[in-house]
Design a protein around this ligand. Structure first.
Ligand code: COA
Length: 192
């Protein structure tokens, strides 16, 4: 399928079944999400009778921002910076004391765990077990626990996609681009 071929072309290797399945599901989960910021930008652009290419460009530029789709890249930077479960509490406490945002948490609409994150979390764990690389998943679970306790915030779609893509061996600067590949379906539907 498309996800398997995409991973093959990206890495030069056949993906393990758990990775192929996870990419397939991730592309579906990211495809459309009603009136979010990038879709809004696409619709504003289209409403001036600009063309479809320009409207998708406006959407991509808006998705890139770290409070929107760019958050998944920020999450992996944070996971790498924290490095080990034992450092999570200290790290989050310091960031919050500094009034910083913890990427991958909170949502303008969902006030419980983002339903997409539930699937991404499970796939992140399954792939970690299948490949023997559970480090990023386990670190993420620890951050989730601490964020719930300290801020009462739950993961959004970007949180577990980071550990999932990292475990797949995808370079971090492609995380948001993969989101854009999938969301192109939603944007173009809105523009049309
Ligand atoms: N880390 C730390 N604090 C957060 C937070 C986060 N991820 N998300 C929200 N908050 C805090 C804000 O600082 C604010 O506190 P205050 O009232 O003391 O100022 C409060 O919660 C409300 O913030 P607000 O931005 O109004 O909430 P929102 O629900 O409108 O914001 C987001 C939604 C997505 C912009 C916000 O949760 C965020 O910045 N998340 C991190 C970026 C991210 O993961 N984006 C991807 C979204 S799918």
């Amino acid at each position: 399928n498309l996800a398997t071929r995409f991973l093959h072309q990206l890495t030069g290797k056949d993906p393990v079944p758990e990775a192929a399945k996870a990419m397939d599901v991730a592309l579906v989960l990211h495809a459309e999400h009603s009136f979010n910021a990038s879709t809004f930008a696409a619709r504003v652009c289209a409403s001036t009778l600009s063309d479809i290419y320009s409207s998708v460009t406006a959407a991509v530029a808006t998705l890139k921002g770290s409070l929107h789709g760019g958050a998944n890249e920020e999450v992996i930077k944070m996971l790498r910076q924290v490095g080990h479960k034992s450092r999570v509490k200290e790290f989050i406490e310091a960031e919050l004391a500094d009034h910083k945002r913890i990427f991958g948490f909170g949502h303008r609409v969902y006030k419980t765990m983002d339903p997409r994150a539930i699937h991404l979390m499970k796939m992140s764990e399954d792939l970690g077990r299948a490949t023997g690389k559970l480090k990023w998943f386990e670190l993420s679970v620890e951050i989730q626990k601490v964020m719930k306790k300290l801020k009462g915030l739950d993961p959004n779609v970007d949180f577990y996609s980071a550990s999932l893509y990292e475990t797949m061996g995808i370079p971090a600067d492609l995380f948001t681009a993969i989101f854009a590949i999938s969301r192109s379906a939603g944007w173009t539907a809105h523009i049309l």
